[in-house]
Design a protein around this ligand. Sequence first.
Ligand SMILES: C[S@@+](CC[C@H](N)C(=O)[O-])C[C@H]1O[C@@H](n2cnc3c(N)ncnc32)[C@H](O)[C@@H]1O
Length: 279
Amino acid sequence: MPTEPDSRPHGPHASDPTVATAARVYDYMLGGTHNYPVDRAAGAQTLRSFPLATLVARYNREFLQRAVRFLTGAGVRQFLDLGSGIPTAGNVHEIAQADAPGSRVVYVDYEEDAVAFGREILAGDADTRVLHADLREPDAVLDSPEVSGLLDFGKPVAVLMVSVLHFVTDDAEALEVVRRYTSRLVPGSYFALSHLAPPENSDRSLALQRETNKVYNSSVAENLAIRSRAQVREFFGDAELVPPGLVLLPDWRPEDPSYLPDDEDASRQMGVAGVGRIV
Ligand SMILES: C[S@@+](CC[C@H](N)C(=O)[O-])C[C@H]1O[C@@H](n2cnc3c(N)ncnc32)[C@H](O)[C@@H]1O
């Protein structure tokens, strides 16, 4: 599948309130307040092309939260959240530490505002760090004092790449980046991922996704890449997919006993998610 060239140079970025960013547009979609007029304009433009984008963002965020609850239930006490975004209610550390006090979390984002808001919220939490870095530079991330000083890679760690790999638009680079992180994990570690991936058997939803991407890519600093579900599956490599496997976002271990998959819900079809166990 053709992908767009990366629009952003590698490395952590300084805040520029005149350019919309993925972090702030996502915050806007989730109803957050850490965004500028330029982000709201880009978000509104995206919503005109795909009005259900806010629901996709919510489904994604809820997957992240269920995945963290699953992981603490599986005994994981260390989390590396890559492309963590602007902290909003129900962050990884809040869920992990509520379920398993003492859980350690390192948040990583290359967007200065996301990092600044994160540091503000987390000041005084000795078990949590925020790293301003580009996840496409795995060695710099893994060897940073924030990560190596808090997380012990001799024990299980959960690496989270939730709604972020579609911003690494080069397919080979995205696979290599994931491999570089997962190759540092001991057995019993986990890798959780969600990714935009419209259904391949529906021309309508592919066209819709392409149109939405065009709008998004023309107004936001990052470009989004569309990937097939088979391509997303490849990110898991040899990891063992936790049941129910790689599935639509809201279908991954729903906690609401009354949840019923709705095939008419176009937002539900737009992204997939899964958790892999390193064996
Ligand atoms: C859509 S948000 C997802 C936030 C969070 N993971 C979630 O799912 O709720 C994507 C985040 O990834 C960050 N991001 C994108 N590319 C990145 C990169 N190369 N390195 C670090 N962060 C990146 C953006 O700044 C943004 O905050």
